[in-house]
Structures are given as structure tokens and as C-alpha cells.
Design a protein around this ligand. Structure first.
Ligand code: XMP
Length: 499
């Protein structure tokens, strides 16, 4: 009897390696962090916010896309709620709103106020049953009606209907700016030849599009957004509903992606006429063989990571996993020859690890704990001993998988969809909190700034050049100690280095 070899090669992770400095004749302005998210989508900044219920809902997805990255909406939501989140992002465009939220003349001011809160907008075109523009109503029009009368006052009693300034559906940016300026208006509804609403331009959005030059946008100028799906139960309905809502990328993943039903799901998504045009990311895998399964199924990117996450206990609960640098490298052996981008998901703690992931073979990174403390993540900050924190939990934690009065939609990520009794759940993650970090813009600035510096130190102008030129040196625990501040009591934390 032949006993098979049991010990695969040594696995390495972020702390086991450092990048070698290389000759550099670059100016900071030469460096370009643009990278591929999927076969067809590039991002100016290769950062993705994790599909976790304490990290990415619409507010975070909007903030990520504005910074040049992308957010993946978590799926611990009903199909309708997740699709609604997609809709919120797609409407927070940076140019022309192609499908503006409208209101009818008979709606009450109370209904209008509710809609304004849901969509975080302050004015609406008013349309009749044929979607013909008959007025416009903004916060300003509400000011003279006491709140006590909002339940009984109708939109058509206070809207502005005289002297409406509109533009044609195909108006240019220059023409629109001229009209808005000339008439001192903040909103310009766009209408077709029959007076039906086709779009809306607001001054605020024009200013924003200048404010976020790196924003990740689709062909119509709307922000890009991803959403997570699984393979179990109504996953197909979830996928098609999200596509109808305008999602750009579907992330079909489970904690262990190399399973037949998930791979079949990716194959079906990429071949069915109703879904094949949407970009599909498959995951998570941690070996060359796992990555190859998704490449063969037609995935547009492969997500890598089994157990590296800060909140993950998969490796200790199951004894299974691959240290992340090795996992990314292994997956890239299958993906790079096929031109399929790789996403390094989980386990990153410092900006320097983005460059390490890229040199190992990744094209972008997905972050949970590094972003969970941002202002834009779901949930409130809590004050503990004078310091602010935000909750952060694994999607395989008891909190995310147990019902606790609310249906959990994330159990199938951990293959426990059919477990109905909370006591029978086997969690693969923990619940905790992370320090509050302020706005995503400041956090993203530090992360991209760190990646810029990595590229300068290695001498790589572009991300593909970093992948090719970058070389690792394996280090010892003594070297790791040397890498961090040592022999000093740190008295002030840096914005990119927390104790
Ligand atoms: P970081 O380290 O960025 O990791 O906080 C985020 C990634 O961790 C994965 N994830 C989990 N993995 N149990 C796991 O084993 C969990 O409960 C869990 N929740 C999230 C996921 O890939 C995420 O992007």
C-alpha cells in the first residue's frame, strides 16, 4: 500500500514576507493604481469593501465607488431589501440621473418627506400618470406649510409649476451648466418631445462629479456597485432581481467556494441569456485547483481566502485553510494564464499588505476590519472608556447566522441553511468591535497612499508592473519585530498605524 504524501509546501502569509526594494526613477505623479476588478471592470483604486452586514450597505458602497473602489452589498437581507440598496447606489450618480425618483401630484407632503428620507434627496420632479412633468417640489416649497398639515396637504398644492425650466434628454454637460446658471436653478429636469421625464440634473451632483475624479462609474455615469449572492434556495431569483435593479457585479461566494452547486451557479449565470452580461465573481478558494474550477465555469474574477479574516474562526473550527499569501499565489497560477483577475479577501491589517497581495498575484483586495470603523458602515458608534468603537462581526458568527427575531440570509455561506434551531448552529466567526476611524475618504486616502509608496519603493508604475517586478523575501519573527515600532513607548498613533 502506498501512503500518499501528506505535507504540502510551507504556507506563507503577510507577516512572513517583505517586498524587496527596487530601482525607481518614478515621480509620484507617474504612479497609477488602476487595476482590474473583473475581466471587464477596472477600478482606479483596487479596494473592495467586504459583503458583511457591519461593513457594506448602500452608504458604504456609495463612499467606496466615489473613492475609486467598489462596495459589495451583503446578503443578510431579503431580496427586495438588497435590490433596494442597489437602487440607492445607482441613483447616487455623479452626473445625469437617468431614472429619477418622481412623485405624483396627489401624494401628501408626509409621503414626500418619507421618500426624501429613504433616498436622501431634497427635491422631486412631479409627474402625472403618463410620467409627463407637471411641476417640481423641493424642501423650499415645504417650508411654508406647518408640519402638522403635511398629512393632509397634497404635493400639487405647494409644488412649483410655473416657469419650469427643462432640457432635452440628450443635453450636454456644458449646455446644462449654462441653463442652470442662467436661470439660477438647482435642478434641471430632462424631458422628451412629449414632455415625459427622462432624467434630472442637479447642481450638487455636477459639483460632486468634479469632487470625485476617480469615482468608479458605469457607462451612464452612475456609481458601480456589487452585491453578494449564494447558490442556495432563491439565489437565482436574488441574482435576477439584483440585475434588474442595475447591479454591476454579482459575487457568488461561500466560505468554501470549491463546491459543485456554487460552481454550477456561476456557470449558469455566465451562460443564461438573462444574466450572462453581468460580471460574476466566484469564491472563496485557496488553491490552484479551486481557482481553476471558477475559471472553467467562466467567472470574471476569483476571490481568494479561506480563513484569513480578522473575525474568522474557520481555520480553528475546521482545521482547514491556506495562509493568505500562498493562497493568492496558488490561485493566480490558474487565473493569470486565463486572464481572470484575482481578489485577495481578508486578513489585511496595514496598507503595506495591499502591495504584498498584488505581488503574490492579486489584482485587488477586499477589506472588512480595516473599513468597519468608518463613518459610512451600518450601525452606530459606541463610546467605551472615552474611545469610540463600531461593531464588527463575521458573517459566520452566531449573531449573523442566528435568527434572534430576524431571518438570517447568510447561513448558506457556511453550509447551514437548513439548520433551523439556533442551538445547532456551528459558528465560524466571532462578533466584536473596531475603533471608529472617521470618514472612508480619509481611510481610503491612507490605503491608496500606502500602495503608491509600495509602488515607488518597488519601482513599479502600474499594478501589472508591480505584479511582475515585485519579489518577496521570507522573514523571521525577529525581522517582523524589527518591522514594527520597537524600543519606544508610542505616544501618538499615526492615521495609518493603530496599536
Ligand atoms: P478582514 O480580515 O478584512 O476579513 O476583516 C474580511 C473577510 O472575512 C471573511 N469572513 C469570514 N470568514 N468566518 C470566516 O471564516 C466569518 O464569520 C466571516 N465573515 C467574513 C469574508 O471573506 C470577508 O470578506
Amino acid at each position: 500500500m502506498e501512503i500518499p504524501e501528506k505535507f504540502a509546501t510551507l504556507g506563507l502569509t503577510y507577516d512572513d514576507v517583505l517586498l524587496l526594494p527596487g530601482y525607481s526613477d518614478l515621480a509620484p505623479s507617474d504612479i497609477d493604481t488602476t487595476s482590474k476588478l473583473t475581466r471587464e471592470i477596472s477600478l482606479r483604486v483596487p479596494l473592495i469593501s467586504a459583503a458583511m452586514d457591519t461593513v457594506t450597505e448602500s452608504r458604504m458602497a456609495i463612499a467606496m465607488a466615489r473613492q475609486g473602489g467598489i462596495g459589495v452589498l451583503h446578503r443578510n437581507l431579503s431580496i427586495e431589501d438588497q435590490a433596494y440598496q442597489v437602487d440607492l447606489v445607482k441613483r447616487t450618480q455623479t452626473g445625469i440621473i437617468s431614472n429619477p425618483v418622481t412623485i405624483g401630484p396627489d401624494a401628501t407632503l408626509e409621503q414626500l418627506d418619507k421618500l426624501a428620507g429613504e433616498y436622501r434627496i431634497s427635491g422631486f420632479p412631479v409627474v402625472d400618470v403618463d410620467r409627463k412633468l407637471i411641476g417640481i417640489i423641493t424642501n423650499r416649497d415645504l417650508r411654508f406649510t406647518p408640519v402638522a398639515e403635511w398629512a393632509t396637504t397634497k404635493v400639487n398644492e405647494v409644488m412649483t409649476s410655473d416657469d419650469l425650466i427643462t432640457g432635452p434628454a440628450d443635453i450636454s454637460r456644458e449646455e446644462a451648466t449654462k441653463l442652470l446658471r442662467q436661470h439660477k436653478r438647482e435642478r434641471l429636469p430632462l424631458v422628451d418631445a412629449d414632455g415625459r421625464i427622462t432624467g434630472l440634473i442637479t447642481v450638487k451632483d455636477f459639483v460632486k462629479s468634479e469632487q470625485f475624479p476617480d469615482a468608479s462609474k458605469d457607462g451612464q455615469g452612475r456609481l458601480l456597485v456589487g452585491a453578494a449572492i449564494g447558490y442556495f434556495g432563491d439565489a437565482w431569483e436574488r441574482a435576477t432581481t439584483l440585475i434588474d435593479a442595475g447591479v454591476d457585479v454579482l459575487v457568488a461566494d461561500t466560505a468554501h467556494g470549491n463546491v459543485r452547486m456554487l460552481i454550477d451557479m456561476v456557470r449558469r449565470l455566465k451562460s443564461d441569456p438573462a444574466t450572462k452580461n453581468v460580471q460574476v465573481i466566484g469564491g472563496n478558494v485557496a488553491t490552484k485547483e479551486g481557482a481553476q474550477s471558477f475559471v472553467d465555469a467562466g467567472a470574471d474574477a476569483v476571490k481568494v481566502g479561506v480563513g484569513p479574516g480578522s473575525i474568522c474562526t474557520t481555520r480553528v473550527v475546521t482545521g482547514v485553510g491556506v495562509p493568505q499569501i500562498s493562497a493568492v499565489y496558488e490561485a493566480s497560477l490558474a487565473c493569470r494564464p486565463a486572464g481572470v483577475p484575482v481578489i485577495a479577501d481578508g486578513g489585511l491589517r496595514y496598507s503595506g499588505e495591499i502591495g504584498k497581495a498584488i505581488v503574490a498575484g492579486a489584482d485587488s483586495v477586499m477589506l472588512g476590519s480595516m473599513l468597519a470603523g468608518c463613518e459610512e458602515t451600518p450601525g452606530d458608534t459606541v463610546l467605551i472608556n472615552g474611545k469610540q468603537f463600531k461593531a464588527y462581526r463575521g458573517m459566520g458568527s452566531m449573531g449573523a447566522m442566528s435568527s434572534r427575531g430576524k431571518k438570517s440570509f447568510s447561513k448558506d455561506r457556511y453550509f447551514q441553511a437548513e439548520v433551523t434551531d439556533d442551538d445547532m448552529i456551528v459558528p465560524e466567526g466571532v462578533e466584536g468591535q473596531v475603533a471608529y476611524k472617521g470618514s472612508l475618504a480619509t481611510v481610503a486616502h491612507q490605503l491608496t497612499g500606502g500602495l503608491h509608496q509600495t509602488m515607488f519603493y518597488v519601482g513599479a508604475r502600474t499594478v501589472p508592473e508591480l505584479q511582475d517586478k515585485g519579489r518577496f523575501m521570507r522573514i523571521t519573527s525577529a525581522s517582523l519585530k524589527e518591522s514594527h515600532p520597537h524600543d519606544i513607548q508610542v505616544t501618538a498613533e499615526a492615521p495609518n498605524y493603530h496599536l
